[in-house]
Design a protein. Structure first.
Length: 490
């Protein structure tokens, strides 16, 4: 009998359903869809959660039907998703009561700014996160304050809040559940107890009964009658999922993902706080919770896509050759702060800029500057990790931009460290699939490391002097953006 796992990958701008053959260890089919992004005001980003669910269900049914998968052949379902994005829905109907507020949205910037410093410190101590519009709690608070139906439903115990994983599980299985990795991104879960924290709920004025039950990543989240009666047996946030999908599951192993945003995570030995970076749950498997230090870049491939809209190139595959055709960036720096600057700067009230333009500047310089920005920002995050005493061993890279050899070589040069290109281009969904397989006892961690072994390595070639010269230019560009040079600001 054939044996399959259904992997659901719900990203920031697109979603895909994958059919994975357990015995051949291969993805045998996939189906994807884009979904709409809405920008009602400057810095605001919204989505239609109903559209997301409808397309997840549609693509799942297509791959199952196309491959004639029976109920007995589908062993389980694994889900990975964009984190922090908030959905509010009616417990009785399952219908969203307002647009989903996306992780990139900055509508709660002033709300966070007005918080007393002692409150911000408490949030950092309890959650490992910083007080920032990026995370879910302030988005939920905004909905409670601005959507009348949310308050009405809350009074009747009929309001549900959740990240996208929780909404999908509710619509597929009828259970209001989430996992520790997604819960750790809300600013409401105590990272030590792995439970919703009453003091944090009071700070953000979120009713506890509106939140999902927190479960391990490898729990049984429920049965989906809509998908052949199969059980959801794996659930994990996308960045933590790609760590598993790349086999980066040992202390000191780091992974970099360049997708819509950029995310750098390093496995740590014990729970600890790092200035300017985040501590997050890496995974809860087999009854054990492990942690990671994380730095988040708000705009990575999304900045590259914007250049495509500006007609800087016809196809993103051209960008590696465009950048490589130049000896260097010729003094052009692109700081892609379209929705603010993430780690380690945390400036939400700034916007993107390109500096160093001359009459000789062409799209090639700007494209190169965009690719370089991902490496510069990664270096800024890695430097913070090293300052806190972290020892980075293996650094692996996945995501859409990992196909760009110029970027990977430049990243190795900036970090002065070997960079390993992930063997699996679909590392994010593979993490969720592996979690489902671990849950079912179909694989162990040793086998995961063997399945994810890669020999594609980029070694640093740049001199220390050249690295310093280029990175100093980036630091100057960031200071200009923040108003710290040339008389702008303090």
């Amino acid at each position: 009998m054939r044996r399959f796992i259904l992997g659901l990958d719900e990203g920031t701008t697109s979603l895909r359903s994958f059919l994975y053959d357990v015995d051949t260890h291969k993805i045998v089919d996939k189906e994807g869809r884009n979904f709409k992004q809405f920008y009602p005001k400057s810095g605001w980003v919204e989505q239609d959660a109903e559209e997301i669910f409808r397309k997840i269900l549609q693509t799942s049914k297509i791959v199952l039907k196309r491959n004639n998968v029976s109920k007995e052949e589908l062993l389980g379902i694994g889900i990975t998703n964009q984190r922090e994005t908030v959905v509010a829905w009616d417990r009785k109907t399952g219908k969203p009561i307002c647009p989903a507020i996306v992780w990139q949205c900055r509508r709660t910037t002033n709300m966070i700014k007005s918080m007393p410093q002692v409150t911000k410190q408490k949030i950092k101590e309890k959650t490992g996160l910083i007080a920032n519009p990026y995370f879910s709690a302030s988005k939920m608070k905004w909905i409670m304050e601005n959507v009348k139906e949310a308050r009405t439903l809350a009074k009747k115990n009929e309001l549900c809040f959740g990240t996208i994983d929780s909404f999908l599980a509710f619509r597929l299985c009828g259970n209001h559940v989430t996992d520790t990795t997604n819960a750790s991104r809300t600013c409401l879960m105590n990272i030590q107890t792995l439970e919703w924290d009453d003091e944090l709920l009071k700070i953000f004025k979120i009713p506890k009964n509106s939140l999902p039950k927190i479960l391990p990543c490898d729990a049984d989240f429920g049965v989906s009658k809509k998908l052949l009666g199969s059980h959801i047996v794996g659930m994990i946030g996308d960045q933590q999922s790609s760590m598993i999908g790349q086999g980066a599951i040992e202390i000191g192993n780091s992974k970099v993902t360049f997708g819509t945003g950029g995310f750098i995570l390093t496995n740590i030995n014990s729970l600890q706080s790092v200035p300017n970076l985040l501590t997050t749950v890496a995974r809860t498997l087999g009854g054990k919770t492990e942690y990671a230090i994380e730095g988040s870049i708000y705009s990575a491939c999304s900045a590259l896509n914007w250049l495509g809209k500006m007609k800087m190139f016809d196809d993103v595959s051209e960008t590696s050759k465009m950048a490589s055709s130049l000896k260097d960036n010729e003094g052009v720096y692109f700081v892609p702060a379209f929705t603010g600057l993430g780690a380690p700067y945390w400036k939400d009230d700034v916007r993107a800029e390109i500096v160093g333009l001359t009459f000789d500047t062409t799209p090639k310089q700007i494209v190169r500057a965009c690719l370089e920005s991902m490496a510069y920002n990664t270096k800024a995050i890695v430097d913070e990790m090293k300052l806190s005493g972290q020892r980075l061993r293996k650094i692996s890279v996945d995501g859409g931009a990992s196909k760009n050899d110029f970027l990977l070589q430049f990243l190795a040069d900036m970090l002065d460290h070997e960079v390993v290109k992930s063997v699996e281009s679909e590392a994010t969904v593979m993490g969720a699939i592996y979690v489902a397989m671990l849950s079912l006892g179909l694989v162990d961690k040793k086998q995961i490391k063997e399945l994810t072994q890669s020999n594609k390595i980029f070694a640093p070639k740049m001199t220390d002097g050249e690295r310093k010269r280029l990175y100093d230019g980036w630091k100057r560009a960031v200071k200009l953006l923040k108003g710290e040079e040339n008389g702008r600001g303090n």
